[in-house]
Design a protein around this ligand. Structure first.
Ligand code: GAL
Length: 717
């Protein structure tokens, strides 16, 4: 209670703290230009390497469909300044405002009161040093800000008071109360060492809409090929083609699927630096090898890092386009030069793509300082080494993604760094950092920055941990087992093998639901896996009180709940609450509205925090009232060769859902070659729910005959 009182006092203290006009010396008022409905741009000085060059063009029609909303700031309070060293901006912050985003952080969600140096780096625990330090932040007040630069942005989110700003009264630490080591400031201040910046402001009627606008501005979301949403497995780096065949047969024996098989460095004749050429001893006939796997329905994914070994068949061609320094003694291509991109694409087309390789795992495009080139390195394009490093992963994604698109081929690939505007890029980020809780936080934060993240499974200390990590990856953008180094197989803990298989099967059966969620990402920019703060009814203060305090608003509780990073949304209706090893119960914050247990359809709560007992075999999943979940049917209908689509309905509400389907591998969908099946639940006169299904387009891509399953209605009987 004491804590509550302090918090209430703290918040009421803020009420008197206003954001009236200030005149900040030396700074100029920013002039904003509206570029699209709900999108404003400002620029000053010179930009340098423009990150937006490596994103897809805005989906203007979809942005227009979102409608318009007013500029979120008092323009007088948006300021910029160019000094001889730095380009600086200052944007207003409301005292109670929460700020999310800034890329793939492993810790926390509210960025308020933090100072971040946004630098592409391997995870090292420094704020802002991460695989994808995206300079885009979202406010819970309905706007987002993108600071478009390829320099390292240093951003102070509501800390650091200028002497000429509106600031709180100082408190004497000895005699006063509530002295604060970080007195609240009224602004976000950010700067780069450079000659200029571009800034974009995105508005929205909800936090989700802000994120949607940002994603749509960067080309919308990616629609992976269907195989990409299957099961991924990576081989040991020393494996040969024979080892791969043996591994596949072991998977079959143990009744586990493989949709994508990843080869680690040793598929090459030389690695670290890389030759990008097949090793003839381990893979004597790559064409036949890839074809055999493909005939078995398995795609092959190749690991590589960008650094070119002298023995590579592309070495001589790329050499004129490499920088001053080496990495692991390999040369570093300058892929800001189109000719350099051509060298890479020609080589990869001939040696990999022509024989059926489906995609890559681009490693080390982040890297620690001690591995990569120094900031003073020079590159033949004349571009700054710092900017090249910041954009390296993004440029590789765009180069290869666009190349495959020209061939009308979708990929789903892996990469260890991304930057601004990655949402339409067919790459998922991973890390060597291996902390289960941090992995879930990363998944949550990724959704606020146009990123996809895989909490891949590598090893475990117990059967329980093996299960819990598997469950999380089954409910993530990319279900990958990357245990080549530890040698752990899905069946390595025999007591839980069936549980693991059931979870993988559940994920695979959810394909129609998940694929439709990705189609919403592609068309509307809605992240398929989302932070709870993007969910309607979660930010609503009343729903957060949970009736526990006699209706009294409790800002402290609200604050805690709005920083939830251990649960997230998957698609429109499913809330995922992973369990971590050692936990026998957990709390789940349910947004406003009724929520039901996915497995049995029972009502679990409404706008409240519940505590549930966990079961090892299940990852807790909750479905919102009216939720329609189309799934591949795991049960074969007797005497029937037909496939079925099991459509589950939860709760008591009527609802309509548009199930999306297409050929699953080409871009023909962009020209209308896709099928929509309208699934509608209506209440009849007797109060019972009834399901209707109707194609609203052609019937070309069909999962099977619709079987409705009334998860909650049946319970009542
Ligand atoms: C690491 C990468 C791992 C694995 C390894 C191969 O840098 O993060 O996933 O691919 O390289 O050497």
């Amino acid at each position: 209670m004491g804590k509550l009182l302090i918090t209430l006092l703290f918040f009421s203290g803020l009420m008197s703290y206003s954001q009236n006009n200030t005149s900040i010396s030396g700074m100029d008022k920013i002039t904003w230009k509206k570029v699209m409905p709900g999108v404003w741009k400002a620029s000053f000085g010179k930009l340098g390497l423009n990150p937006l060059t490596y994103t897809n063009p805005p989906k203007s029609a979809s942005i227009k469909e979102l409608g318009d909303s007013p500029f979120p700031f008092n323009e007088e309070l948006t300021l910029s300044q160019l000094t001889s060293e730095r380009a600086i901006i200052r944007l207003p912050l409301n005292p109670t405002e929460k700020i999310y985003g800034l890329g793939l952080e492993f810790k926390g969600i509210n960025r308020r009161e933090g100072v971040y140096t946004l630098k592409v780096d391997h995870y090292g625990g420094v704020k802002g040093y991460t695989h994808a330090p995206v300079p885009f932040y979202v406010s819970n007040k309905g706007y987002g800000v993108l600071i478009n630069t390829s320099k390292r942005l240093k951003i102070h989110v509501g800390v650091g008071n200028r002497k000429d700003s509106k600031k709180p009264e100082p408190i004497d630490r000895t005699t006063g109360e509530n002295w604060d080591s970080r007195p609240l400031s009224d602004a976000v201040e950010a700067s780069v060492q450079g000659d200029g910046l571009e800034v974009y402001v995105f508005t929205g009627t909800s936090t989700l809409e802000v994120v949607q606008r940002y994603n749509l501005f960067c080309g919308g979301g990616v629609l992976p090929p269907k195989w990409g949403l299957g099961f991924w497995h990576r081989m040991h780096t020393k494996s040969s083609s024979e080892d791969v065949h043996k591994e596949i047969s072991d998977f079959k024996k143990n009744n586990f699927p493989i949709d994508v098989l990843g080869l680690e460095p040793g598929w090459q004749s030389f690695a670290y630096p890389c030759s990008f050429d097949w090793d003839e001893t381990r893979f004597p006939n790559p064409r036949k090898f890839v074809k055999t796997l493909s005939d078995d329905g398995i795609k092959v994914n190749l690991w590589e890092n960008p650094f070119v070994a002298p023995s590579s068949t592309m070495f001589n061609d790329i050499k004129p386009f490499t920088g001053s320094h080496t990495v692991w003694l390999g040369e570093v291509p300058d892929y800001t030069i189109p000719e350099a991109q051509k060298v890479l694409l020609n080589h990869h087309q001939k040696n990999h793509l022509d024989i059926g390789i489906s995609g890559y795992k681009f490693d080390e495009v982040d890297g620690f300082d001690r591995w990569l080139w120094p900031d003073h390195a020079t590159f033949p394009s004349g571009n700054d080494a710092v900017e090249i490093r910041q954009l390296y992963g993004q440029i590789m994604q765009k180069t290869v993604g666009d190349h495959l698109k020209k061939q009308n081929q979708r990929t789903y690939s892996l990469v260890r760094s991304a930057y601004i505007g990655a949402s339409s890029s067919p790459f998922v980020i991973y890390s060597d950092h291996y902390d289960h809780k941090n992995y879930v936080t990363a998944l949550v934060n990724a959704s606020l920055a146009g990123l996809l993240w895989t909490p891949e499974v590598r090893s475990a200390e117990s059967a329980e941990e093996w299960v819990r990590r598997f469950q999380t990856v089954c409910f993530s953008p990319l279900m990958q087992l990357d245990a080549w180094e530890s040698g752990t197989k899905p069946w390595s803990f025999p007591e839980v093998t069936d549980i693991i298989r059931d979870n993988v099967t559940l994920r695979l059966n959810l394909l129609p639901y998940l694929y439709t969620a990705f189609s919403d990402y592609q068309q509307k920019g809605i992240p398929p896996f989302r932070a709870m703060v993007l969910e309607h009814g979660f930010n609503d203060t009343e729903s957060l009180i949970g009736g526990k305090l006699d209706g009294e608003k409790n800002p402290y509780e609200e604050q805690i709940r709005m920083e939830v990073t251990d649960q997230y949304m998957m698609g429109p209706s499913i809330l995922v609450a992973p369990v971590f090893s050692g936990e026998t119960e957990r709390q789940v914050v349910l947004p406003k509205g009724n929520w039901y247990n996915f497995y049995n359809g029972k009502l679990m709560g409404n706008g409240e925090t519940i505590t549930i007992k966990t079961k090892l075999e299940q990852i807790p999943l909750f479905v919102k009232d009216g939720g329609i979940i189309p799934m591949l049917s795991s049960k074969e209908e007797k005497n029937s060769k037909k496939s079925f689509l099991e459509v589950r309905h939860y709760g008591t509400k009527e609802n309509t859902y548009h199930l999306y389907n297409d050929d699953g591998e080409t871009f023909n969908y962009e020209n209308g070659d896709h099928t929509l099946l309208k699934l509608k639940v209506v209440k009849q006169k007797n109060g019972e729910l009834k399901g209707e299904s109707k194609f609203t387009t052609n019937k070309k891509y069909v999962y099977g005959k619709v079987n409705w399953l009334w998860m909650t209605q049946q319970n009542k009987k």
